[in-house]
Each structure stands twice: as structure tokens, then as C-alpha cells.
Design a protein around this ligand. Structure first.
Ligand code: BDR
Ligand code: CA
Length: 311
């Protein structure tokens, strides 16, 4: 299996990313690292623990990460994820403490202790921890297999007309991560807006009849209303698990190689991800790629299977 560290800010869709990673034999989740984003890092860390409880996978360690962006102020997404960061469900109290080691050290130590090309880093929140890890131990850049992030978009924004929340929240960190030189796939809004939790998807989950299925439906109920009221969607886009789906089955997420940069300075364009899509830019040796097209039925099959497998 692909050995991964998931750096996240659960968050409704981050929670689904955790479930998908745990429920697929193609992925081995070595640890969850947390970052302030959708809510404060305290709430986010507890949420990560609670999701692992619900999945009965308390053996997966949770490492607490950055409380705030490198330079910017904290800006939580309470309108989309609620006061807790996971509104809509009961969150069981953690039975296992948070790991003593902090997120950035866990990332560095895990990557350096593994074989070169073994560990994949997945980021589904602001990229503060991954940026700090690359600065703390630059050797990880050569050593990881690849980095897959949910963030940005080449034609779409949600926080502003041109910027997506995770990148907008910590654009300097995102610039460090995107410029680092490792193999990087950006799963942006262009892709994740195709991952809609429709009524049919909810019916399939509901038919599983498990506690975890109920938990999933509770999350989606709140998420749907939030997206209807704040973003003009009928069905909520479930962004973050698209990164995991790409690792499980690359055929589910079509990609295109393209040079990628992050705007940190523009008055109107803070946090915009700029992909160079001009003809001829998709050279094989380009280290960055963008996700373009989702096989939505294939994606939801993976998610439903994972929820089933977790029981
Ligand atoms: C991203 O922002 C967060 O609210 C979600 O969890 C996702 O990672 C979508 O813009
Ligand atoms: Ca997230």
C-alpha cells in the first residue's frame, strides 16, 4: 500500500478523507497531523481524534501542528464547518491522548526514517506544517515519493473569485510547498467541485445501515446546508477525499502537467494558484500537475466501499 501522512483540518470533508484512507487497502495511514484552518488547531486536533474513534482506529497517531499561518492572522471557516469544525454530529471523546511529538517533527522523522520514495504527504488544510517541515529538514523534499494537496484551482475560487480557502489562508506556506521541487499534484476546486454528495450518494451510504454511515450522513446534512446557504450549491462538494482517491486509483482523477505558482502579493489575487496552461507547457519533466477531471461515480464507489469496509 501507499504509505501516507495526512495533514488536515477536520472539517467535514477532511473527515471523509480520513475514512477513505482508513477504509482502503491501497493506502496505509501512518499518522494524522493537524493544522489550524477550518477551526482553531485545538478543535481540529480533537476532531481528528474523534473521527479516528468513530472509525475505531485509535491506533493511528494524531500529531498536533501549527496554530496559525506563517504570516497571516487566523481565519476559521465557521460558516462552512460550524463552531466545532464538525457540526452536525456527536463527537465522541478521545480515548487516546494526542501524540507528544509535534506534527512537523513527526513528518520529518517519518520521511527520513523511511526508504527514499516511500512516503507520500497529503495536505487537505492550509499548508503551514508542510512548509515548516520542508524548511526544518530540506532533505525531505528529495526523499518523499510525492505530495498531493487539496487546494487552489486553475479557474475557480471559493474564498475570493480567484483563491481557494486552504491556499488563501496561508499563501506563503503554499508558495513554499508548491515551489519546493518535489513531485506535487494540486487537486483544486476545478476537480473537487465535481465531487458532489448527491441524494443518490447519500442513499447508498444510508443503505449501509451502520453507525459510521449515520455519522457520514450527519456530516453531509450540515455540509449541504452550509454550501446551500453560503456558496450557492445544491449538493456539497466533498473536496478533501479526492486526494486520497487519486492515490488509490489514479484513473479516477485525470491530471495534466503544468508549471504552478502561488500569488502571495496581489491586491485582488492573494492566494491565487497560477497554472501555466499554454500549449507545450505539459512537459514530462515538469514536477507539478493539476487535477482536471473526476470520474465521479468511480470516486463515490471508493468512498462507499471504504465506509462499508470500516463497518
Ligand atoms: C477546502 O477548505 C476547507 O473548508 C475544506 O475542508 C477543504 O479542504 C475547500 O476549499
Ligand atoms: Ca480541509
Amino acid at each position: 500500500p501507499r504509505r501516507i501522512i495526512l495533514d488536515c483540518d477536520p472539517g467535514h470533508d477532511d473527515a471523509v478523507a480520513i475514512m477513505l484512507a482508513l477504509g482502503s487497502s491501497a493506502v496505509e495511514l501512518l499518522g494524522v497531523t493537524t493544522v489550524g484552518g477550518n477551526q482553531t488547531v485545538d478543535k481540529i486536533t480533537r476532531n481528528a481524534q474523534s473521527v479516528l474513534e468513530v472509525c475505531r482506529r485509535q491506533d493511528v497517531p494524531v500529531h498536533r501542528g501549527s496554530a496559525r499561518p506563517l504570516l497571516r492572522e487566523v481565519h476559521v471557516a465557521g460558516d462552512i464547518h460550524g463552531e466545532s469544525g464538525l457540526d452536525g454530529v456527536e463527537l465522541p471523546a478521545p480515548t487516546v491522548p494526542v501524540a507528544a511529538q509535534r506534527a512537523v517533527e513527526f513528518i520529518v522523522e517519518t520521511v527520513m526514517a523511511a526508504e527514499p520514495g516511500e512516503i507520500t504527504l497529503v495536505g487537505t488544510g492550509p499548508l503551514t506544517n508542510l512548509a515548516l517541515a520542508a524548511r526544518l529538514e530540506p532533505a525531505i523534499v528529495e526523499r518523499v515519493r510525492e505530495v498531493v494537496i487539496m487546494g487552489g484551482g486553475y479557474h475557480e475560487g471559493n474564498m475570493t473569485p480567484v483563491a481557494e480557502f486552504n491556499i488563501w489562508a496561508d499563501p506563503e506556506a503554499a508558495a513554499i510547498v508548491v515551489d519546493a521541487g518535489w513531485e506535487l499534484t494540486m487537486v483544486g476546486l476545478d476537480l473537487t467541485h465535481q465531487a458532489l454528495a448527491t441524494a443518490e450518494v447519500e442513499q447508498e451510504i444510508s443503505a449501509l445501515g451502520t453507525d459510521l454511515a449515520e455519522f457520514f450522513l450527519g456530516l453531509m446534512g450540515f455540509f449541504r446546508r452550509a454550501y446551500q446557504e453560503n456558496q450557492g450549491f445544491d449538493d456539497p462538494p466533498v473536496h478533501d477525499p479526492c486526494t486520497i482517491a487519486y492515490l488509490i486509483d489514479p484513473d479516477v482523477v485525470r491530471t495534466r502537467r503544468a508549471p504552478l505558482r502561488v500569488e502571495t502579493r496581489g491586491d485582488l489575487t492573494r492566494g491565487m494558484t497560477v497554472a501555466d496552461l499554454r500549449p507545450g507547457t505539459d512537459a514530462e519533466d515538469c514536477r507539478t500537475q493539476i487535477a482536471t477531471e473526476l470520474d465521479a461515480p468511480g470516486f463515490w464507489r471508493l468512498v462507499v466501499d471504504a465506509v462499508r469496509v470500516l463497518g
